[in-house]
Design a protein around this ligand. Structure first.
Ligand code: AMP
Length: 547
């Protein structure tokens, strides 16, 4: 027997309709690549998304076509989020920090029909256009006065002119909620990038999940500034969640330095933010150097790589900002776990609570997880046993775009299909996950595993350390041993012995790194993560003193 409820499909267009109709005058503020600050509202974004939908249809975009963006966080990018998916086409967000060869490869693999780019990325468009035969048109996201005089290689259309010529009368079509809505390529450190193809259903359910109190916990009372780019897993779904709850949205454009961010946080009374650990370093440094405080900022999600406990402490104790440590991946839309205390934790002493909050957290309804041994057998949730982390749920990927990436799922003894995350972790008795490593970064010493994240977190707690990475170095006796790679804070004279002494009493002695090297910078990938594969390559011939 079927239920007798309306079969309204969970479509991304329902989010912008909701925000436009019910929180229409709530502001959306964008720092534009043109340099100024732009103000609009959910109602206006709703209207302009419809104009853009008509413009896209006039350009010949059909359901299923891929329409790409190379753009910062801004209102025009937001309009593309809603218009492209809204008409049934697929929004392909491209990471501009990738090498042009990778961008060309991705555009060709996705068979993008149209590419929309910010003024600052004209050179990228010019650099790849001749290698992208599927692209029928390139559109610069600006008004006529900012169009390039010299557009060698591409003859871009003008975004504002396309909109001006289009009607704002449009009724979003209804179609199956499992239709593809957007596409994002994971920047694997080896092999070709792989496409993750989200659906309307997965995106809307993820937006619900993200809004929940124990996840991001955002509401209409918030002013939300996603530092995480809209080209990194849909800015962790914030453009959708913000419409769902009808909050104010503050989009920082290209200005991600400490000073620009601080000004925006203060001027727009930002209450909530989200970003990878490395983005907070610049902001914290700028504020410390200038003796500044936040007047409205209260809460941030940090994820994408392990957030060092020292950073959680600094944001908490020095700046009054609650950190929600989160874990996820592109293949999970991306949210899997977020770390908030449960009722039973409220009576614990502060240091016990702090230790819980350093973990990656508890799953959000919709995601299930488990850890397994190398034979695929379930491991206990005791906070000690660690193994490969598997996940499943309605916003977890089942297959890469075009099947390129093989069949990623594994099926357990109960016949349930799981996605192996490639992460290694433990789960405590309350269901709180701790990621100990990416499986390829684990250090295998004498048949035992050493988790590099723990070792990095300890180094990051030293006052002279600006950034730390721990990598495996081949060892004649132990197979592999840890090497600590450190960027010192400016002016610091800290040496190897002091840093190694800093590990005493904090971990098993045999986990202590065998050596320390100081570098000017640790290479970061296109989404701000440490490129450990490249570090391992650089230090391949490093001779450990114990070898
Ligand atoms: P991506 O798909 O590029 O977002 O990368 C996902 C990967 O980032 C995960 O599989 C983890 O290895 C890593 N990651 C994300 N969040 C965290 C976190 N809070 N702690 C540790 N690793 C994380």
């Amino acid at each position: 027997m079927q239920g007798l409820m309306m079969g309204t499909q969970l479509l991304i267009s329902t989010l912008i309709e909701h925000a436009g109709r019910h929180t229409g005058d709530t502001e959306i503020v964008s720092r534009r690549v043109e340099g100024d600050l732009h103000r609009t509202t959910w109602r206006e974004v709703q209207m302009r998304s419809k104009q853009l939908a008509n413009a896209l249809l006039a350009m010949g975009v059909r359901p299923g076509d891929r329409v790409a963006t190379i753009a910062w966080n801004g209102y025009r990018h937001l309009e593309l989020y809603y218009a492209v998916s809204g008409i049934g086409a697929v929004l392909h967000t491209i990471n501009p920090r990738l090498h042009s060869d990778q961008i060309a490869w991705i555009v060709n693999h996705a068979e993008d029909r149209h590419v929309f780019f910010d003024i600052t990325f004209l050179a990228i468009a010019q650099g790849v256009a001749s290698r992208c035969p599927t692209v029928a048109s390139w559109v610069q996201m600006s008004a006529r006065e900012h169009m390039p005089a010299d557009s060698v290689g591409v003859e871009p259309l003008c975004y504002e002119e396309l909109l001006a010529a289009a009607s704002s009368r449009y009724v979003w079509p209804s179609f199956d909620e499992n239709t593809a809505s957007s596409l994002c390529y994971t920047s694997g450190t080896t092999g070709n990038p792989k496409g993750v193809l989200y659906s309307h259903r997965s995106s809307v359910l993820h937006a619900f999940g993200a809004a929940m109190p124990d996840a991001m916990g955002v509401s209409a009372a918030d002013s939300v500034l996603p530092v995480v780019p809209m080209f990194h897993v849909n800015a962790w779904g914030i453009p959708y969640t913000a419409a769902l709850v009808g909050c104010k949205l503050v989009l920082p454009g290209p200005a991600l330095d400490g000073r620009s961010l601080y000004e925006l946080f203060e001027n727009e009374k930002v209450t909530f933010s989200a970003g990878v650990p490395t983005v907070w370093l610049g902001l914290i440094n700028y504020m410390k150097q200038n003796g500044l405080a936040f007047s409205s900022f209260r809460k941030t999600v940090i994820g994408g790589s392990a957030c060092p406990p020292a950073m959680i402490r600094t944001l908490n104790d020095d700046f009054g900002v609650e950190v929600i440590h989160a874990w996820g991946m592109s293949e999970m839309s991306p949210l899997g776990t977020t770390c908030k205390l449960a009722n039973k934790h409220l009576s614990l002493p502060r240091d016990r609570q702090t230790r819980i909050l350093e973990r990656q957290g508890h799953v959000i309804y919709g995601v299930d997880m488990k850890i397994v041994d190398p034979d695929g057998k379930d491991l206990p949730w005791d906070g000690a046993a660690f193994g490969d982390l598997l996940v499943r749920g309605p916003w977890v990927m089942r297959e890469y775009f075009k099947g390129d990436g093989g069949d990623p799922l594994v099926v357990d003894d109960d016949g349930l299909a799981w996605f192996p995350t490639g992460d290694v972790g433990n789960i405590d008795a309350d269901g709180y996950l701790q990621i100990t490593d990416r499986s390829k970064d684990v250090i295998k010493s004498g048949g035992e595993w050493i988790g590099s994240i723990d070792l990095e977190n300890i180094a990051m707690a030293h006052p002279d350390v600006a950034m730390a990475a721990v990598i495996a170095i081949p060892h004649p006796k132990w197979d592999e041993r840890p090497l600590l790679v450190v960027v010192k804070k400016p002016g610091s004279t800290v040496g190897k012995d002091e840093l190694l002494a800093h590990y005493e009493g904090k971990i098993a002695k045999w986990w202590t790194p065998d050596d320390v090297v100081f570098v000017d910078a640790i290479p970061l990938g296109a989404t701000g993560k440490m490129l450990k594969a490249r570090l391992r390559e650089s230090f391949r011939d490093h001779r450990l003193p114990t070898a």
